[in-house]
Design a protein around this ligand. Structure first.
Ligand SMILES: [Zn+2]
Ligand SMILES: [Zn+2]
Length: 114
């Protein structure tokens, strides 16, 4: 008495349930596919579309996981530049952007004589 009846045949005991909507189905109403048991094409297509979306998401997530490595390199470069600027600031007595640019132009004059 507790057994579920088929959604289409209320006099038949259900032998399985749709994987998508979980409706009880008799042997005749089951749509058996490689994805499982469904009540019809609609639920079968829904599950296939869902799996395709999950697979597409998993594929598109993989390249994103490589990004932090590239960001790490950029961060190291930024820290290196900061250390160089701080070293110039402390060891060469540069206390403003103007004197820093002055030093750069002096260095340019030395390195690139006209
Ligand atoms: Zn269904
Ligand atoms: Zn049925």
């Amino acid at each position: 008495m507790a057994a579920s009846k088929c959604i289409n045949h209320d006099y038949r005991d259900a032998v399985g349930r749709c994987r998508q909507c979980h409706k009880p189905l008799c042997g005749e109403c089951q749509l058996v596919t490689e994805e499982g048991v469904f009540c019809g094409e609609e639920c079968y297509e829904k599950t296939k579309a869902f799996h395709a979306r999950v697979a597409a998401m998993e594929q598109s997530e993989k390249p994103k996981r490589k990004l932090p490595a590239g960001l790490g390199c950029l961060l190291k470069l930024a820290v290196f530049v900061l250390i160089v600027v701080l070293a110039l600031y402390f060891f060469l007595g540069i206390d403003s952007i103007d004197s820093f640019l002055e030093l750069i132009s002096k260095l340019k004059g030395k390195l690139l004589p006209r």
